[in-house]
Ligand binder design. Structure first.
Ligand code: SF4
Length: 99
């Protein structure tokens, strides 16, 4: 019984096509060591199979007010956890990520 402190419950939407990561998202991921120089994602604790699926998902972010690839959402400071097809999002204003 540990209620996480979050502001939004954001639906995760599955898209059959691979979602493209924005340039900003890529450089963020590279900076934090979650993507290598070839653009391959490496996220601790996430299997390649999971990653493949995550690449097909996106959310409509209520903070940035745009579609955001799930991978980017997953590594976002506001990300709390993922439950039954939804992201629990802290909803804090985001700074320093080019948005
Ligand atoms: S966790 Fe970040 S990217 Fe995901 S919905 Fe919240 S603010 Fe947007």
């Amino acid at each position: 019984m540990n209620e996480l402190d979050h502001k939004y419950e954001v639906d995760i939407i599955l898209n059959d096509e691979k979602q493209k990561l924005s340039k900003e998202a890529k450089s963020e991921l590279m900076e934090s060591g979650m993507m290598d120089e070839k653009g391959k994602l490496k996220i601790k604790g996430v299997s390649p199979k999971m990653l493949k699926r995550m690449k097909q998902e996106y959310v409509v972010c209520p903070v940035m007010e745009k579609e955001v690839q799930f991978v980017q959402c997953f590594v976002c400071d506001n990300f709390q956890s993922r439950v039954t097809g939804q992201v629990l999002c802290k909803g804090d204003p985001l700074t320093g990520n080019g948005s």
